[in-house]
Design a binder for this molecule. Structure first.
Ligand code: HEM
Length: 228
């Protein structure tokens, strides 16, 4: 229960900040004048990113603790609809966590260093714009994944017990589709995004990202429905 409580608190902080970045901060910064934007990148963004990345770590650690304390976690749990559901959520969670620590944070450090340099009257960093773009693509992709992720977190305990454990072939089909589609979405985010040009419909605007997240959720639940 303590792991769950910690998991909800950290998850709220992580995904809350993710939505703040995507739905509030990024669109607002486009309208900022250069001076106040530099100031915000020096004083606001580092604080938000501190909570963001440590909340992501705490969410994963407490999530793994819940799994570790899972009473029904015997050899067959991962084959059950609950186990498949939570594994789907965990797959998204681990990819999102990697995006935070390996893509968003390293690239945002360049953007912050650029703000520090320009504020001190030094030259702007040449790679700052492409770093911002890489971070934004990974951040939008995390927003997309968060939609099915949260469904599958709750699904494991509250809906999955209504389904029947499918045979090995069906589970294999399920995982094949999930892994291929998820890998495709992630690869699009990581493919060197070019500054100023559209990357892909689903991450070009945050409104599209929300639609894509709901569509991806619908595909996954229909797949679950048809197989189990
Ligand atoms: C790798 C990362 C994650 C892991 C390993 C993980 C693991 C888990 C596990 C094992 C459960 C218990 C499922 C059950 O009831 O059987 C759970 C529940 C939950 N998780 Fe996660 N999780 C992760 C990421 C997230 C994220 C990013 C959020 C976002 C807020 C989240 C929100 C929740 C919520 C709200 C529940 C409660 C579901 C319920 O009981 O209704 N999790 N998680």
């Amino acid at each position: 229960m303590l792991s769950r409580w910690g998991h909800y608190l950290a998850g709220v902080a992580w995904i809350g900040l993710l939505y703040y970045f995507n739905f509030v901060q990024t669109p607002a910064f486009v309208e900022f004048e250069a001076g106040p934007r530099t100031e915000a990148f020096r004083k606001l963004v580092p604080r938000a990113l501190w909570w963001f990345r440590w909340a992501a770590l705490f969410t994963v650690v407490t999530g793994l603790l819940i799994l570790g304390f899972q009473e029904q976690f015997d050899g067959d749990y991962m084959k059950s609809p609950s186990g498949i559901g939570i594994s789907t959520g965990v797959l998204f969670g681990l990819i999102m966590f990697s995006n935070v620590w390996l893509v968003i944070w390293p690239n945002q450090k360049i953007v912050i260093a650029n703000a520090e340099a320009t504020a001190a009257g030094r030259e702007a960093l040449p790679n700052a714009a492409s770093a911002a773009r890489k971070a934004a693509c990974a951040s939008r992709t995390n927003t997309l994944f968060s939609i099915p992720l949260l469904f599958f977190m709750g699904f494991a305990a509250h809906l999955a017990p209504l389904y029947e454990t499918g045979e090995g072939g069906k589970r294999m089909t399920y995982w094949l589709v999930v892994i291929v589609l998820t890998a495709l979405i992630e690869v699009i985010a990581l493919m060197a995004p070019s500054v100023g040009k559209p990357q892909s419909w689903h991450i070009d605007r945050h409104r599209n990202t929300i639609i894509a997240g709901v569509v991806y959720w619908a595909i996954l639940i229909l797949l679950f429905e048809s197989l189990f």
